[in-house]
Design a binder for this molecule. Sequence first.
Ligand SMILES: NC(=O)c1ccc[n+]([C@@H]2O[C@H](COP(=O)([O-])OP(=O)(O)OC[C@H]3O[C@@H](n4cnc5c(N)ncnc54)[C@H](OP(=O)(O)O)[C@@H]3O)[C@@H](O)[C@H]2O)c1
Length: 325
Amino acid sequence: MRAARCEVHGTPDTIVIREVSDPVAGAGEVVVGVEAASVNFPDVLIAADRYQLSVPTPFTAGSEFAGRVLSVGADVGDLAPGDAVMGTALSGAFAERIAVPRSALSPVPAGLDMVHAAAFNVTYRTAYHAVTTFGALEPGNWVVVLGAAGGVGSAAVDIATRLGGRVIAAASTPERAEACRALGAVETIAYDSEDLKQRIKEITGTGAQVVIDPVGGAYSEQALRAIAWGGRFVCVGFAQGDIPRIPLNLVLLKGAIVRGFEIRTLASRLPAAVDKGRAEIECLVAQGMKPLVSEVYSLDEAPLALTRVAERRATGKIVIDISSR
Ligand SMILES: NC(=O)c1ccc[n+]([C@@H]2O[C@H](COP(=O)([O-])OP(=O)(O)OC[C@H]3O[C@@H](n4cnc5c(N)ncnc54)[C@H](OP(=O)(O)O)[C@@H]3O)[C@@H](O)[C@H]2O)c1
């Protein structure tokens, strides 16, 4: 089969397309014929060996996919060849086939095609729990989403809007912020050219009740300074690269709650929240919710797809259509 291989750790342009042997399903595993895979920011970090978990070379890049079951290993009784599934893995998704544990897969919800299913799980589940489980969104709340044009950000704009929030989409340029209006944002801030704290205060009056932060760096403190009393600041990631150090006097004065979470470990830590979330997310998908996919590339173009994300050019999600050359 063909696969996008990371033979040395480095920038996306070091990734090469190679013929490798087909995976075989071990006990408890499923082999999926991948139809589409989406690029997540951590794929760039894993390729560069800058992620919190290290993957030794050589390996196949890619962590999120959708496709059809080809074969199942011993102990897998509830999936059969042909079933439509979506899943996640640390690596291996940018390939024609992938073998993963059964627990890494879920059915493709009705209403999502393979391209949108491949782009759904990581960003929408992350954004859902950031907005609800950790952000405790209430209808009418002002919600500031940093990195709003990115994968997690665009999903957070979409979900917070659908659940009754008034979303302020914050992104680097006016064009990127404006793109979020299609997902429901009612206000926008271009943080590279506007004063983020000042603008949030102007728009909301008393401050924002919820801040969703997948960006980090200097913008985190500015957003926290514009949070309402009792507001919830949810730390999701550090796409900007710098991990901010927050002055605790801000937390004290604002009675703010600062929470962080990781989708990877959520099921083991808060299983009830994950079950509740699954049901509500299915409901929202049935109502037409789906990720914003702005660019689709072939497997040969996987290095370019990763470069687009690394260079901060993606709006919403970028997908690799595995079947096209
Ligand atoms: N906690 C979790 O469970 C979880 C789950 C998924 C992802 N994450 C993390 O969340 C972050 C965002 O993931 P994502 O998939 O949304 O990524 P993404 O699609 O690449 O979006 C990240 C956004 O951050 C902004 N940004 C600001 N400075 C940047 C920089 N120096 N380099 C790149 N982007 C920069 C960009 O928007 P502008 O250019 O408009 O500023 C970009 O759209 C990552 O750190 C990821 O590891 C965490």
